[in-house]
Design a protein around this ligand. Sequence first.
Ligand code: ADP
Ligand code: ZN
Length: 642
Amino acid sequence: MTNNNNNNFFRNILITLAVLITLILSFNELNLINFNTIKQTAQTNQNIVNSRMTYGRFLEYLDLGWVKQVDLYNNSRNAIIKASSPELGNRPQIIKVEIPVGASQLIQKLKESNIDFDAHAVEQTNLFVNLINNLILPTIFVVLLITFLQNYDELTGGSISSPLNIIKSPAKFKRKPNTGVYFDDIAGIDEAKADFEEIVSFLKEPDRYTLVGAKIPKGILLVGPPGTGKTLLAKAIANEADVPFFSISGSEFVEMFIGVGAARVRNLFNKAAENSPCIIFIDEIDAIGRERGAGVGGGNDEREQTLNQLLTEMDGFKENKGVIVVGATNRADILDRALLRPGRFSRQITVGLPDRLGRINILKVHARNKPLADDVSLVQLANRTPGFSGADLANLLNEAGILSARYNKSSITKNEVIEAADRIIGGIAGTTVEDNKNKKVIAYHEVGHAITGSVLISHDEIEKVTIAPRGNAKGLTWFTPDEDQSLVSRSTLLAQIITALGGRAAEQVIFGYTEITTGASNDIQRVTSLARQIVTRFGMSKIGPIALEDATSGEVFLGGNTGQSTEYSKELVNRIDAEVSEIITYCEGKALQIISDNRVIIDLIVEKLLDVETLDGNEFRQLLSQYTILPDKKMPYVSNFN
Ligand code: ADP
Ligand code: ZN
């Protein structure tokens, strides 16, 4: 056995080497053109290619007159450009650009702009080399790869299962006892963090909770755009509570072979149960949790089986057993409803893009172990980076660090930080310009809600208004709900409708009727449903206190006590519609009135909001009260409209 092992060992080493060499060769072959040409140009320019940029950016540079020299390669598909200008710093930049197919005007443009340009042919190697490159090497590669995979288990000591063995051993997740992330390393998402602190204390002392019969959710769903810290949060709870952390990505569950995903889910939950208390983290849960039967072409059996298995497993373990499943997604709306039922992912936590203060704090976290020069202001940097996620910000400081190393500086100065920010903004550009215009509309819309809600005495107090996007919402205004919600007055219902219409009203008053946007569609749905309920359910219209809930169309029958059914006449249906429409028109008028009355102060509040992105209720009221006398909402039974 030992002998055999030794032989195997050498054979495996040889195979690994062969695979590596082949890999390098094939890689080099694929990149032959870029690799060599970049090197060439770099030499001729006595410089290195220090970045790449988009074609659009390149055209901008061209228009600005910053482009000094262009070398075209690969049938004009790639270009290495040399750009310089005082704005770009004192040394010329060598930048790689990929040129889209069909950009034929480029040459013309270069001629017109009098730019020194040159086209280089693709290197032609001789037939024999071509043959080796294109035919023989790949064949050897494939053969070796297969041999390699067959020996995978031996090579890795069996600790990692070979991709050919997926069915044999479906375990494919990472178990990390120590994730190295603490709550201190996470900033800018305080609400989500607070929610998690409770879970940590449960994992630390489960008895304290179980004794009093308190239930901790089995499943928590983190919803938010990529890079906002969802994985980070899950890792931090595992670490803070000192429990094992199992992580897997939803897309890894779903394989080509039917049944594999389900087997993996089973395996994962078995492992977790053996190691409880622990955290299971499923990233991209939408890859398995998409609504069943929604797939194109009738179905995706493998995914549905996997999802069903996940549901079964989650139902199978009891609450308070110490296994907490944390799922992450940026699309909660496409998830199968069954996943969100009590006992499964019953708690949802939204993790949004950070606002300005959040960005400052995230930058502080990532600046901790970096030598920042005194001229770097994280506050200014946060001001410049709206729409950046935590990951973007971390990336920004990293890039700045790399740049300062390249310039041989001992600390990161303002220049590098600005350069890095520009690069990243360039990378995510396309949305930013658009965003700036949209941001303004969103700000006016949200401030519209906030102002109407604040001046109406029957409306709840505003708690917070923000234009930092969260989940699917681009902006949000929160109100503190009244403690007692069991009895709701007509004036409160109307105040809710007026406030919901306040967003659209602001768009209309500020930008004009032709410029109103689709941003109000959710508001309008809410308004319509509220107004309809006022008429048909609460009996608060001229039709009187009659339950008309099912009378939404002439074809609906309502079963009465007698067992007879009542058919509503077309006339009654029309009256209901007329009442609903009257209520909405009345409220719309009020909303427009309130916005017009407060027109002067809106710009000021919007300006502030665009700057800080989030205003809490007190800050908002303080700004608004400079201009308007706000009602005392503690006073009962008064309304400022009838
Ligand atoms: P998600 O899971 O939401 O896509 P991650 O948690 O993987 O995002 O974040 C990626 C990286 O971005 C983290 O490792 C961290 O460096 C940085 N990051 C993201 N959000 C934050 C945050 N709120 N605070 C600090 N760093 C963050
Ligand atoms: Zn709205």
